[in-house]
Design a protein around this ligand. Sequence first.
Ligand SMILES: Cc1cc2nc3c(=O)[nH]c(=O)nc-3n(C[C@H](O)[C@H](O)[C@H](O)COP(=O)(O)OP(=O)(O)OC[C@H]3O[C@@H](n4cnc5c(N)ncnc54)[C@H](O)[C@@H]3O)c2cc1C
Length: 266
Amino acid sequence: MQFCEPARVVDAQYLTPHMIRIRLEILGDWRWPTHGIGDEKIDLAFPREDETVAEFGYFNREEYGSGPCLDEPPWRHYTVRNVHAGGSRLDIDFVVHPGGFASEWAVRAQPGHVLGVFTTNGSRSYYAPPSRTRRQLLVADATGLPGLGRIIEGLEPGAAATAFVEVPSQQDVQRFETAADVTFSWLIGTGLGRSHSALPGAVEAWAAPDDLDYAWVACEAAASRRIRRHLRAGLGLERRSHIAVGYWTDGHTGHFEQDDHDASPS
Ligand SMILES: Cc1cc2nc3c(=O)[nH]c(=O)nc-3n(C[C@H](O)[C@H](O)[C@H](O)COP(=O)(O)OP(=O)(O)OC[C@H]3O[C@@H](n4cnc5c(N)ncnc54)[C@H](O)[C@@H]3O)c2cc1C
């Protein structure tokens, strides 16, 4: 197995007006080593504009990563939304937003196009509620929605969660099957590069119940920092009881990830 392995698009469908689900089929004997945690991250290399196959060979050169990368092919962080057939097929949900290289690739993606999948960063995730968590708070913008959906679908009967989710339009609201008791607040039309995110204000205005034991936040970096401050200073959540991750930064192009630095991804 090499650092960057090829995967072929087998399906590309709009889930909602601003979300495209791409189904990838791993090429070769390698399988995605899923650990089943809802927000598991995947790093993907994309074909350059006007190409249909990613330059995965670039990332497999011995010298890759040992110095400045000249003319590095585009790659980005995403979330594994679903794992099928023992890790040989994966669903990835792409937010459609203006001016994004990966987003624009998803809009034009067709069966047969080939991405590169980074294998050694394969099983990183952040979501780690302590055992005996009673209620959890889940906060996401559209980029965190794939992880949030998978987390909610995996909750056990008896679990309780409150979710705040920001999406571009009413038609981007998604429904999830869950055995748990989940309350949703959908924030429509704010954030996502159009205006300031309404997520921090909504979380700050929320009357958090006494049984809140854990919080997971995945959204734009400035919004996630403000929410993290409130979780700590306003709600008094200990550092091991929450994680707030910046999934992208307004105005910053390229792969980006900013975590809490107090909690290591597993
Ligand atoms: C752990 C992790 C998991 C992630 N999972 C997903 C996922 O499952 N699905 C997903 O869609 N994204 C996900 N992201 C976010 C994704 O990596 C970024 O949004 C990335 O910048 C998209 O690349 P792009 O090429 O489309 O845009 P870029 O070329 O990187 O950015 C171009 C411009 O668009 C802005 N921008 C970037 N993202 C958005 C956005 N969502 N809305 C509005 N403006 C934006 C940038 O600030 C920049 O100005 C994840 C990020 C992390 C760290």
